[in-house]
Design a protein around this ligand. Structure first.
Ligand SMILES: [Zn+2]
Length: 401
């Protein structure tokens, strides 16, 4: 139950039964409705790569440098099956330095760059392997060949060779690489089921894992995947995979070509588990007595404000912070409301010392709602105060003047 540090409620009952209500709730970082914590005591990052040949993705040398960095820092690859078993049963617990490597779009570089690198690491006694998500219409299609493409793609014999070697497993990325949420039910089912049987026929294996093209999916997509017999699916939502992560909505970090071995790559790993929150008065303009802050990381450090509202109605949610140039330009405030959850990247380098509206949503009474903030951002994230302000209530609608 949250402590209401400031509540202004006025009820005006005038002649003719006019009724108005105003509700203002502020929760500061020292109030009991606030908590900050480290979310991921154990979480597994999944990395997403595409091509590894420079023009269509990573510089191959950057990729090899990243793999070398992971190996030298004690990381080893985990299988999707081990991840699945751990999420479902808690056993076996993954090694603390686990990573899952995925490659979308069946580019030839899974065979010409990633595969030889995994062979090299295996020769050194390292456990490194990856997942090759193929859109089946494109398997083996050379540059210029149908369907129109300017890229070269691995073929089934190459995929089978890597699979037999235990270093690269080919799974489904649909047939044509379409946005599944924009298709008819029949088209969507065909993309999901046909690609599975295409690859199974081409390679003589059972396909059980899936990657959403463009990361796009909805509740229907997830149901169709279950129906088709898929056991896991990777999204493009960033974050670590914990035992709470849905198997058909696994989190995945997009490793972009510009990352090389910069901090944007290593930060995925350097904060497992998350770094502690601190309190500070370093930059002026905070609300109350101070503010909580966390360094940029992989999203494992989270802060949360929880609240209830007195009546069903529409409320504006705002946040207050002490601004500074070292802050995140994309502090991810996440608001739970009657329509679901909305994430808003806020720029904490400016607009400090004022109420910044995150949005207006409907909140039924008698449920506990929350605003949360994680450190999956590009600078310090500041958790200071939030304000919930009523903008209308059903009462207003029923008034007869
Ligand atoms: Zn793709």
């Amino acid at each position: 139950m949250c402590h209401r540090s400031l509540i202004a409620m006025t009820v005006v009952l005038g002649a003719g039964a006019a009724y108005g209500a105003e509700f203002d709730l502020i929760i500061d970082n020292l109030d009991s409705g606030f908590n900050s914590r480290i979310e991921c005591t154990r979480g597994v990052p999944i990395l997403m790569y595409h091509g590894l040949d420079g023009p269509h993705g990573h510089d191959p040398e950057d990729f090899r440098t990243q793999m070398r960095w992971l190996a030298d820092n004690g990381y080893q690859c985990l299988s999707l099956d081990d991840l699945k078993d751990w999420i479902k049963t808690g056993e076996p617990e993954p090694p603390s330095k686990s990573v899952i490597l995925t490659f979308d779009d069946v580019y030839i570089t899974v065979y010409s760059v990633a595969y030889p690198m995994f062979q090299t690491l295996r020769d050194e006694g390292r456990t490194f392997f990856g997942y090759n998500y193929a859109h089946s219409l494109y398997v083996g299609v050379p540059p210029g060949g149908p369907p129109p493409t300017s890229f070269d793609h691995a073929d089934y014999p190459e995929c089978a060779e890597m699979e037999a070697d235990g270093l690269m497993f080919t799974e489904s990325h649909t047939v044509t690489h379409s946005n599944l949420t924009a298709l008819s039910f029949e088209q969507e089912w065909n993309e999901i089921s046909q690609s599975k049987s295409d690859i199974e026929q081409g390679m003589g294996k059972t396909v059980r894992h899936f990657s959403y093209p463009f990361g796009e999916y909805n509740a229907e997509t997830v149901e169709l995947l279950e129906l088709a017999g898929y056991e896991t699916a990777v999204s493009t939502i960033e974050g670590l995979n914990t035992r709470d992560t849905p198997l058909l909505e696994l989190r995945r970090y997009n490793v972009t070509p510009s990352m090389a071995l910069g901090s944007s790559f290593t930060r995925i790993f350097d904060a497992v588990p998350g770094t502690e929150w601190g309190v500070s008065v370093g930059a002026p303009g905070w609300f109350g007595e101070n503010y909580a802050l966390a360094v940029a990381g992989n999203g494992c450090s989270t802060a949360e404000w929880t609240f209830t509202v007195p009546t069903d109605g529409t409320y504006e949610v705002s946040a207050w912070w002490a601004a500074h140039p070292n802050r995140a330009s994309n502090a991810p405030f996440k608001v739970s409301h009657s329509g679901g959850t909305t994430t808003l990247p806020m720029n904490q380098r400016s607009n400090g010392s004022q109420w910044n509206a995150l949005g207006t949503w409907s909140f039924p009474a008698e449920t506990t709602w929350s605003v949360s903030l994680s450190n999956l951002a590009d600078g310090f994230v500041i958790a200071d105060a939030i304000r919930i302000r009523q903008v209308s209530s059903p009462t207003d609608i029923w008034v007869i003047r």
